[in-house]
Write a protein that binds this ligand. Structure first.
Ligand code: DGY
Length: 312
């Protein structure tokens, strides 16, 4: 009996290949362009754009399984119109992504990356108590934009740093307010009060460009912006201007728009800008759990069974 045909958008990590071995026939797309009509599964690994046009070219498609929680690159409405379930990997990456948000926050506030560069460089010849003063993290005010699953984990971590925690969310979260010391604020109030602003919203038409020139203007000059959501939530030009003009203190981001930034982008020359290459969920343990869940979603969809985690 022939195995179901699955297309993937790039070479998969060995742990995922091991899970798929003997169960599906894997084809690299777009190399497979010619045989797309016989594809039953689409496994999205590195955020490829899956639009209505691509879905229309896959008449036998039974499931789309995404390695990751964010599905802004997939046209969910087009999949739903065809009755194709889309799976993702929520929850299991909350802790790792929240850890990353805290790592970026600590790194920016305490100038960790800049300090590392200096400590390795030729100009570090003696200790000077006056150099590289950062901003305090403990007892500062944190503003979480998007108190969803990851944002809530960030709040939990901030409690240990004695931070005052504000949050902004589409809907107020009384159930979280009941168990964590978080206070709801309007976006304007949060931007004006927070020392550290952490973005943990999904990318949607409403959140695209959420932080632009007007929002930077409302932040304190000592504020630091942390983005572990998606690059386009922040207007890159406005961010560049805010950092260049020292309108805010610093930014530390795991995601950018575009991603990656062009190698000659002015942001990459700024000391008050810290960037990591989309590592939010990148721990061995979390990526293994994501591999297992995304493969379980794929296999369930191919068998016509309910997906363990279905987003649409
Ligand atoms: C996610 O889970 O959305 C991460 O960005 C990895 O894809």
């Amino acid at each position: 009996m022939s195995l179901p045909r699955v297309v993937v958008d790039g070479p998969l990590a060995p742990n995922i290949l091991r899970l798929l071995e003997g169960q599906v026939e894997i084809h690299l797309w777009p190399a497979l362009d010619a045989g797309l009509e016989h594809v039953q599964g689409l496994y999205t690994y590195g955020h490829p754009r899956v639009d209505a046009e691509l879905i229309a070219r896959l008449p036998e498609l039974r499931v789309i399984s995404n390695f990751g929680v964010g599905v802004d690159h997939i046209d969910l409405a087009a999949a739903t119109r065809r009755g194709i379930p889309v799976g993702n990997t929520p929850d299991i990456l909350n802790g790792a992504t929240a850890d990353m948000a805290m790592a970026l926050l600590l790194a920016a506030g305490r100038r960790l990356v800049e300090g590392d560069r200096y400590a390795r460089g030729p100009t570090f010849v003696h200790y000077d108590p006056g150099y590289m003063l950062g901003r305090e993290i403990h007892h500062s005010t944190l503003g979480i934009v998007g108190l969803g699953r990851i944002g809530t984990e960030v709040a939990r971590r901030a409690v240990g740093f004695d931070m005052t925690i504000l949050y902004h969310n589409r809907h107020r979260r009384p159930e979280i307010e009941a168990v964590l010391p978080v206070r709801y604020a309007s976006l304007a109030e949060l931007l004006a009060e927070a020392d550290y602003i952490v973005l943990t919203v999904p990318l949607t038409p409403e959140t695209r460009g959420l932080i632009g020139r007007a929002e930077f203007a409302q932040m304190k000059p000592t504020a630091t912006l942390i983005n572990v959501a998606r690059g386009p939530v922040v207007d890159t030009e406005a961010l560049t201007e805010a950092l260049l003009r020292r309108r805010i203190y610093a930014a530390a981001v795991d995601v950018t728009d575009p991603e990656p930034l062009p190698r000659d982008h002015p942001l990459l020359r700024l000391e008050n800008f810290t960037v990591t290459p989309h590592l939010g969920s990148a721990t061995e343990q979390t990526r293994q759990r994501m591999a297992e869940l995304s493969v379980a979603n794929l296999m369930a969809g191919l068998r016509g069974e309910p997906l363990p985690c279905r987003v649409a």
